[in-house]
Design a protein around this ligand. Structure first.
Ligand code: ADP
Ligand code: MG
Length: 461
């Protein structure tokens, strides 16, 4: 549904209010690019550039409320979509919604390609911007090979690895390269959930022929995140048949998953065994050097100067996954642009990352409270909460108390005196000591490390 005039006025008002409320740089970077997609009833959909923008917009309820009361005389809630999360298809549909006139002039080479459907490929992911390292070399080599010699050596190619390590990137890079080498090839990139949705819709609308025509006449099927494959019988049978037919025809199939085929518990043996017919490769977290290379590649596009020392500092800080590595760089870049710093030194990066860590944690865990942490810690160590907050000095109790203080500080960022108060008006120096003890113990003692990990996981739910 295109936007009505009143919706446009509302959006203009949101932006005006924002502009008068914040620094120009913040406005230009965070507010101006956001698009209003639709307003249905009391719900608005807003499209923002990235998950980072989304976090920022989440805190703009006051702004939106003020504008909506002024314009509609009612409160409008807003749902945020980030471009990071959308695939190309969703994105185009959204754009059509908000700019009905421009969509027809949108010339995309894919529209002119002789496809009866959209491939859904994410064009930004290519082999060129995928950095090679020891941890992905074999996978990358296999990925490139299949674009030269599809359906032959490695069919299917099964890529597994943890979240944020580049599976989706590689899958799309394969598709994009394939398309470049064979412009007429029929390619589909989809998540396993997308496949399931397509199937369910087709069977509901009695359009199974379309579905079969779409998926069984492919040259390349790129199926992301097969661990999310639904265990509904119909879907699985359909996928099984699709797989067999494509494989027999010599069409190339590439699958990704967060775990190896034999650990896909929700899939049947017959499928799992087929997944292992070709080549199964694993990607893991890039080593330090590769992380530096990834960061340098991104930093070059930022227009800022990142000395090697700063890059190496960030690469050393983040060893969970590449998505977070990129997130950290974005954060530092953003802070530098806000503060108009052209050369980003290590001290600056350190400060920017610290701010991010504490505010991210607080934001995501907004329903986490001091009481919840105390309760969880008490339960974990089989103690009554009153022991944690009381005066007892028994070793076990004192330790549990220190753990609770540590977690409150770490997860909620509560001030030291306030934490002291929560534990029977203890002095803030006691809290400092507790935080230090636990931090040290986590390094030297596996049990403490495990306790903290377990507790964080429990508190995460
Ligand atoms: P996954 O699908 O495994 O969860 P993604 O493919 O979405 O991970 O990767 C997360 C982010 O990290 C993406 O922005 C991707 O471009 C980037 N990335 C991952 N690995 C690399 C790499 N080796 N070189 C460059 N960018 C990478
Ligand atoms: Mg992915």
């Amino acid at each position: 549904m295109p936007l009505k005039d009143i919706d446009k006025r509302f959006w203009k008002r949101v932006k005006e209010l924002a502009k008068s409320n914040m620094k120009d740089t913040t406005y230009d970077y965070l507010i101006a690019p956001a698009q209003l997609i639709s307003v249905t009833g009391n719900n608005a959909k807003v499209l923002v550039d990235s998950n980072f923008h989304k976090d920022y917009w989440r805190r703009q309820q006051d702004l939106v409320t003020t504008a909506s009361l002024e314009i509609y005389g009612d409160i409008i809630n807003y749902q945020l979509l980030s471009k990071d999360e959308l695939n190309e298809k969703d994105f185009k549909e959204l754009n059509k919604l908000s700019n009905p006139s421009s969509s027809s002039t949108n010339s995309d080479d894919e529209d002119s390609a002789p496809f009866p459907f959209k491939s859904n490929l994410l064009k930004k992911y290519t082999f060129d911007n995928f950095i090679e390292g020891d941890q992905n070399r074999m996978t990358l080599a296999a990925a490139i090979t299949i674009t030269d010699d599809p359906g032959n050596l490695y069919n299917p190619l099964f890529i597994f690895g943890g979240a944020g390590l580049g599976k989706t990137h590689l899958l799309n890079a394969i598709g994009n390269e394939f398309h470049k080498k064979r412009p007429r090839a029929r390619i589909i990139y989809t998540s396993s959930e997308g496949f399931v949705t397509d199937y369910v819709n087709a069977s509901r609308k009695k359009q199974m022929e379309n579905f079969v025509a779409k998926y069984r006449n492919l040259d390349l099927l790129l199926l992301d995140d097969v661990q999310f494959f639904s265990d509904k019988e119909g879907t699985k049978n359909e996928f099984f048949s699709t797989f067999n037919e494509l494989h027999e025809k010599g069409a190339q199939i590439v699958l990704t998953s967060d775990r190896p085929p034999n650990e896909l518990d929700n899939l049947e043996e017959r499928l799992v065994s087929r997944f292992s017919w070709g080549l199964t490769t694993n990607i893991t977290m890039p080593d330090f050097e590769t992380r530096m290379a990834i960061l340098m590649n991104k930093a070059e596009k930022s227009g800022l100067v990142f000395p090697d020392e700063t890059i190496s500092y960030i690469a050393g800080q983040i060893n969970s996954n590449v998505r977070e590595l990129e997130g950290a760089l974005n954060q530092v870049e953003f802070a530098a642009k806000m503060e108009k710093v052209a050369v980003v030194d290590t001290t600056f990066a350190e400060k920017a990352l610290d701010t991010m860590r504490s505010s991210n944690y607080r934001q995501h865990k907004s329903n986490l409270t001091i009481t919840k942490i105390k309760d969880e810690v008490a339960r974990y160590y089989h103690l009554p909460v009153s022991d944690l907050t009381g005066p007892k000095r028994l070793k076990e109790i004192a330790f549990a108390r220190q753990v609770a203080m540590y977690l409150i500080r770490e997860l909620l960022g509560t001030s030291l005196p306030a934490i002291g108060n929560e534990f029977g008006k203890r002095d803030h120096t006691t809290v400092i000591y507790a935080v230090r003890v636990i931090t040290d113990k986590m390094k030297s003692d596996n049990d403490t490390q495990r306790d903290i990990d377990n507790l964080k996981r429990k508190l995460d739910n």
